[in-house]
Design a protein around this ligand. Structure first.
Ligand code: NI
Length: 155
């Protein structure tokens, strides 16, 4: 191995093309981010023993898996999981009304009383992408819904 290869340095002066990276087929890039978010990111990835590159690669892969279904169209199956405070005025009725608008798509739902205030609801679905996206948006933006996550699987 040539010594020059072992100590990569930038001949171009732009910082993006380092010989060592080309050899390992990786691309370096820079991104602009709120410093507070970066601090929070660093603190959290440190807890699970990730470095920035590993964590960003994992986040990129998850982003693709989580979001690509929205633009692909066709039929999707999956589940929406949400937590809400049932004391918030009208939330229970609103969530029921929304689910009745999608009775063709919703295949099952489960309600769990987590504690005095909070309810966990799991809504399983099977349907056309645009309808499922609309269902997910309506449930997640309902007043009283604290968290909502959608998991989709391609069949
Ligand atoms: Ni409940």
């Amino acid at each position: 191995m040539m010594a020059a290869r072992e100590k990569p340095h930038d001949h171009h002066g732009d910082g993006d093309h380092v010989h060592d990276d080309e050899r390992h087929k990786v691309t370096r890039f820079s991104a602009s981010v709120d410093p507070t978010l970066l601090d929070e990111f660093d603190a959290n990835i440190e807890k699970i023993g990730y470095n920035r590159s590993t964590a960003i690669v994992a986040a990129m892969r998850n982003f693709i898996v989580d979001r690509v279904w929205e633009s692909e169209g066709g039929e999707v199956v999956g589940a929406i999981t949400m937590i809400y405070d049932h004391h918030k005025s009208g939330v229970t009725g609103e969530l029921t009304d929304i689910q009745h608008d999608y009775y063709h798509e919703i295949t099952a739902s489960t309600h769990v009383h987590i504690d005095h205030d909070n309810c966990l609801e799991i809504v399983a679905f099977r349907g056309e992408t645009r309808r499922i996206k609309a269902l997910s948006e309506r449930l997640s933006t309902c007043r009283g819904v604290k968290q909502s996550k959608i998991t989709t699987l391609k069949i």
